[in-house]
Write a protein that binds this ligand. Structure first.
Ligand code: BG6
Length: 468
């Protein structure tokens, strides 16, 4: 795309996305119990001598006021984080007073600084004791989540306007239960879909809790509830076969339409359920579930976008572990890659999602809830003043914002943009190796914050809404 200047709407908001477990630290303080991040990821990265992982996060708890001031100084007006279930509630499901106090103080800091907090309730961080009882495969855990959501709405309802039930609910079924990448490394497609189904119920029950709490006067009148997922239209090869298109249908059905139908229609896509059933994958559905799912409709949606999906017809019906295959990855010969993360860079995919939402879900309002580029060993890219020279970050974000601006011109109801993660944080995929921030966190220097070269550009765009 030829470079030109784009203007985003005046009421389009700019902000930052992060999560409780990746930033807060203090994993055992203030009555907090363990969650899966603590139990598994800290074990994995023990050799980092407690400097990374949920032990310390990015030291946000200690620095939160200064961090919020810093984000505000970059022209950002909103921040999405998550409440940690394992901090807010104890193992009996009661409020942990110190945890509640922590979040009241955080939200008060944000108000004082002039940052709108968006709050998500779940960022892959199930309390470990509930995981040991079966996690999302156990209906009691689904109910425990709804109970937790109800407690959170009632505790903070007068402080928070924008609520989200889940971040990327498709990721846990895939990473924990299909790909065997995350603890407990299961490779069982049927169990993954059961988990996905139960998370859909958990989302819907939480929305039910939200509506009840609102009616009871616990929430702000103009508050909203939403869901955040990673959405992208899947692409296949040129001149696709019928089987390639079938791979597209199922990939889109499981990853995108599943959630889009749930949050707009209060139901799950029947064609997907039928295809799963035709391969012997039955969901753990009960007669009462239709009414529960019907309550899953939301007020708006977050779209996390990092890379596109490229798929083709599967070479075999099952893989070597007997897992049914509905699609194989397709490597587009012209793909531009972020080699650090192994993810394709394809800004136009956001436009694709925007047009899908406009055409197939015309009432749906949404925003870009995560987008970003993680690069390894950025410390090698410093100038003589110690400032990381990250022009690639400007290029990445600028190109994505351009496609967002074009989508808005073409009728997309996209309301804002949250960058992941404006201040570096850790991820359990790769600890602190991949850095996403416009602001460096220096692990060798007590987690000190230092703006990278790109921060000046971010400030310019966030304050003017002009992308050039
Ligand atoms: C998103 C998650 O999927 O991607 C974040 O919501 C995560 O938690 C981010 O950190 C970037 O992925 P990664 O694995 O490179 O940290």
């Amino acid at each position: 795309m030829a470079q030109q200047t784009y203007k985003l709407p005046d009421d389009f908001f700019f902000g930052a996305a992060m999560s409780g477990p990746q930033t807060e630290g203090h994993w055992r303080d203030g009555g907090k119990i363990e969650n899966l991040w603590d139990t598994w990821s800290n074990l994995r990265i023990e050799d980092f001598h407690n400097r990374v992982g949920s032990y310390a996060g990015n030291d946000f708890t200690n620095r939160r006021h200064d961090d919020l001031v810093l984000l505000k100084s970059l022209g950002l007006t909103s921040v999405r984080t998550s409440i940690q279930w394992s901090r807010l509630l104890d193992a009996d499901g009661n409020i942990n007073p110190e945890g509640e106090k922590y979040y009241h103080e955080l939200f008060a800091d944000a108000r004082e600084v002039g940052i709108e907090m968006f709050v998500n309730l779940y960022h892959f961080d199930m309390p470990t004791y509930l995981f040991k009882r079966g996690g999302w495969e156990n209906r009691e855990v689904v109910e425990a989540y709804a109970h937790y959501a109800g407690k959170a709405f009632r505790a903070f309802g007068k402080e928070i306007r924008y609520w989200f039930t889940f971040n990327e609910p498709i990721v846990e079924p895939d990473q924990r239960y299909t790909n065997g990448v995350w603890y407990p490394f299961i490779r069982n497609y049927a169990r993954a879909r059961a988990v996905q189904y139960n998370i859909s119920l958990a989302h819907s029950l939480a929305v039910r809790e939200y509506r009840a709490a609102k009616q009871e006067g616990y929430l702000l009148d103009d508050s909203r509830i939403g869901l955040i997922n990673c959405f992208t239209p899947p692409y296949t090869r040129e001149n696709p076969s019928a089987a390639d298109l079938e791979a597209v249908r199922m990939t889109d059905g499981v990853c995108n339409r599943w959630w889009l139908d749930l949050v707009t229609k209060g139901e799950l896509p029947q064609d997907v359920i039928d295809t799963l059933a035709s391969r012997g994958i039955e969901l753990p559905a009960r007669p009462e579930d239709k009414l529960i799912l019907a309550d899953g409709k939301v007020d708006w949606l977050g779209c996390n976008y990092y890379h596109p999906e490229r798929v083709q017809a599967p070479a075999q019906d099952t893989d070597e572990n007997g897992i049914p295959r509905f699609a194989d990855p397709y490597v587009w010969p012209e793909a531009e890659m972020n080699k650090s993360r192994g993810w394709e860079i394809y800004p136009k995919g956001l436009y694709g999602f925007a047009m899908k939402a406009r055409d197939e879900y015309p009432e749906l309002e949404w925003f870009v809830s995560e987008n970003g580029i993680g690069i390894e060993r950025e410390d090698l890219k410093k100038d003589e003043n110690g400032v990381i020279q990250d022009d690639y970050r400007v290029d990445f974000v600028r190109r994505h914002l351009e496609w967002i601006a074009r989508a808005i011109q073409d009728g997309a109801k996209c309301r804002g943009y949250h960058y992941w993660a404006v201040i570096d944080n850790w991820s359990w995929a790769n600890a602190f190796k991949n850095r996403y921030g416009f602001v460096e966190v220096d692990l060798e220097d007590g987690y000190n914050r230092r703006p990278k070269k790109s921060a000046a550009w971010l400030k310019q765009v966030a304050t003017t809404h002009v992308v050039d």
